[in-house]
Design a protein around this ligand. Structure first.
Ligand SMILES: NC(=O)c1ccc[n+]([C@@H]2O[C@H](COP(=O)([O-])OP(=O)(O)OC[C@H]3O[C@@H](n4cnc5c(N)ncnc54)[C@H](OP(=O)(O)O)[C@@H]3O)[C@@H](O)[C@H]2O)c1
Length: 276
């Protein structure tokens, strides 16, 4: 059995490989793929260099793979074409199972970010490969990475009281390892541990930190001004604002318990992530 994990040089792929190892997969049966391969050198598994732009390199890297954890890329605007290369290489390699990290509600989401995921799910479905769609909720880390700013300025955003279904990145990566190792079959998993709003986030942070943290609700235009004023390039600010407006529209709503069921335990809560 050979488990191949793309994005092994990023946090999600790293966590998935660590989870595979913890779950008893021998290091010799795991191969990580990335571009900046030095970032994964300490994982103790084979790491191969392959860019999603390079179909030949992907085919080589997938050779002999039984199960592929296909971690979605991060280059917006290039991803749809890159992902098509990954799917074609997986077909050529005769991979038995592909688990793809998608986005919550990929089939109905109106977020721009969802377009690439929807296109990739469609390609995978049409490929004839056995697939699992891991529709990951937002990482708590998207928010915990900004705690210093929140403590100083409050939780500003344009998401209104839109629900944010989220989980610890490590739990989502662990769920991916479960899917690869335990054969739960073909399917779609909507993966989140908890649903909160930006106001809930501010309230929980107030409790955990002991300092008052306000929710600062903004319109899309106001939020864009704040972000560009803080030095974010306009096109990045547009993406961030688009995400919040998508949240306000309910695109990250999810009430299922797929994550807890896959993990066979209670996932980490937002409060625990904030406290940590
Ligand atoms: N659910 C969420 O909240 C959330 C948040 C952010 C991102 N995501 C998605 O989840 C994915 C994994 O999360 P992460 O935190 O590990 O993201 P990340 O830190 O952006 O890492 C992205 C990984 O994808 C690899 N990659 C990107 N473009 C590539 C290409 N052209 N060819 C080959 N590899 C490529 C990177 O390789 P190198 O480092 O070697 O270049 C890296 O290993 C992201 O790529 C993104 O699609 C989800």
């Amino acid at each position: 059995m050979t488990y191949v994990v793309t994005g092994a040089t990023g946090p999600f792929g790293r966590l998935a490989i660590e989870s595979l190892l913890r779950r008893g997969v021998p290091a010799g049966e795991i191969r990580g793929i990335g571009r900046q391969i030095e970032k994964a050198a300490d994982l103790g598994v084979e790491i191969r260099k392959a860019d999603y732009e390079d179909g030949d390199a992907l085919r080589d890297a997938f050779h002999g793979a039984s199960k592929l954890l296909f971690v979605s890329g991060s280059e917006l605007g290039r991803r749809a074409a890159q992902h098509a290369n990954v799917v074609a290489a997986a077909v050529d390699a005769g991979v038995e199972l592909v688990a793809y990290t998608s986005i919550l509600n990929a089939d109905t989401s109106t977020m721009d970010l969802a377009d690439d995921h929807r296109a990739t799910e469609k390609l995978l479905t049409e490929s004839g490969l056995r697939t699992v769609f891991l529709r990951n909720g937002w990482y708590y880390e998207v928010y915990t990475a900004q705690l210093a700013t929140y403590l100083e300025h409050g939780v500003a955003g344009a998401a209104g009281d839109g629900p944010i279904s989220a989980a610890a990145r490590a739990d989502l990566a662990d769920a991916a390892a479960v899917v690869l190792t335990q054969e739960p079959g073909q399917g779609v998993y909507e993966l989140a541990a908890e649903v909160f709003t930006l106001a809930d986030l501010a309230a929980q942070l107030t409790e955990v930190s002991g300092k008052p943290v306000a929710h600062v609700p903004l319109t899309g235009d106001q939020y864009r001004e704040v972000l560009t004023g803080a030095g974010l390039p306009g096109e990045v600010a547009d993406i961030v604002v688009g995400i919040d407006l998508g949240i306000a529209a309910g695109n990250l709503a999810s009430s299922g318990d797929d994550l807890a069921k896959l993990l066979g335990r209670r996932p980490v809560s937002l409060r625990e992530a904030l406290a940590q």
